[in-house]
Ligand binder design. Structure first.
Ligand code: PGA
Length: 250
C-alpha cells in the first residue's frame, strides 16, 4: 500500500510573527505545485493567526505543537482544540518528547489528547521514541510498544485512520545524531507490527509513520526514501525556508 509522505515542521519556541510571515512568504513559492508529499507547519500558538491566513489556499497545512485534552476550562497557559480550530488549525503534535521530558506528559495524557483530537477531526501526530539509556539497555522495542499501547487505549480501528505516528529517538533530537535508515526502519517495523496487533493489519498498513531527529537536507532522501518511512518531523532544519524546501524535495 502506498502512503503519501508528510513533511512536518516543528518550529518549537522559535520565531516572532514577523519572522513567521517572512518564512511563509519565502517558502510557499519554493514548494508551489508540490503534490507528492503533504506539508505541515507547527508554530507556537501565538503565531497561528499569522501563519494560517498566510498559508490559506496553498499546499501547506498548519497545526499546533500541543493541545489540551479538555474542551475548555481553568488550565492556565494551555490551548484547546476548539481554539485551534477557530483560527483554522487542522493538525496537532501530541506527546513530543520535549513535552514528555519538561512538562511531565505521560502515555495516559497522550491518550486523552489523542481522543480529543480525533473527536474534533484534528489530524494527530503522536510522537514516541526511546531515550539513549533505553536503547543502550536493549529496551527500545519494549518502550515503543508500551508507548503505543498507552497512546492508543480505547481507540477503535475506525477512529484510528487519521492518526500519524512520529518515531523520534530522543537521542537524535537536536543532537545532530541522526538514526541510520536501518535503525529507523527497524523501529518503524516494530511500531507497525504493534499497531497491527492493536488495530488490525489494514489500519497498520495505511498508517503513516514519520521519522524525526536531526533530519536535514543531506540525509532526508536516505531516510524518507525507505518504504517504511512515510515522511519526517523536522525541528532545527525546518526554521529556514530553503532548508525545509530541500527536505520536502528529498
Ligand atoms: P530536530 O528536532 O530535527 O531538531 O532534531 C526534531 C523534533 O524535535 O521534532
Amino acid at each position: 500500500m502506498s502512503r503519501k509522505a508528510l513533511i512536518a515542521a516543528n518550529w518549537k519556541m522559535y520565531k516572532t510573527p514577523a519572522e513567521a510571515k517572512a518564512f511563509v512568504d519565502a517558502f510557499l513559492p519554493m514548494v508551489a505545485g508540490h503534490t507528492r508529499d503533504e506539508i505541515a507547519l507547527f508554530p507556537s500558538p501565538v503565531l497561528l493567526p499569522t501563519v494560517i491566513p498566510a498559508c490559506k489556499g496553498s499546499n501547506v497545512a498548519v497545526g499546533a505543537q500541543n493541545i489540551h485534552f479538555a474542551e475548555e476550562g481553568a488550565y492556565t497557559g494551555e490551548t484547546s482544540v476548539g481554539q485551534l480550530m477557530a483560527v483554522g488549525g487542522t493538525h496537532t503534535l501530541i506527546g513530543h518528547s520535549e513535552r514528555r521530558q519538561y512538562f511531565a506528559e505521560t502515555d495516559e495524557i497522550v491518550n486523552k489528547k489523542l481522543h480529543t483530537a480525533l473527536k474534533h477531526g484534528i489530524v494527530p501526530i503522536v510522537c514516541i521514541g526511546e531515550v539513549l539509556a533505553e536503547r543502550e539497555a536493549g529496551m527500545t522495542a519494549g518502550v515503543l510498544k508500551k508507548q503505543i499501547i498507552g497512546a492508543f487505549a480505547g481507540i477503535t480501528p475506525a477512529a484510528a485512520k487519521p492518526i500519524v505516528i512520529a518515531y523520534e529517538p530522543v537521542w537524535a533530537i537536536g543532537t545532530g545524531k541522526t538514526a541510520t535508515p536501518e535503525i529507523a526502519v527497524d523501529a518503524h517495523r516494530i511500531i507497525r507490527a504493534e499497531v497491527a496487533k492493536l488495530l488490525g493489519a489494514d489500519v497498520a498498513a495505511a498508517m503513516r509513520i514519520l521519522y524525526g531527529g536531526s533530519v536535514k537536507p543531506d540525509n532526508a532522501n536516505a531516510l524518507i526514501g525507505e518504504v517504511e518511512i512515510d515522511g519526517a518531523l523536522v525541528g532545527g532544519a525546518s526554521l529556514k525556508p530553503d532548508s525545509l524546501a530541500a527536505i520536502v524535495k528529498y
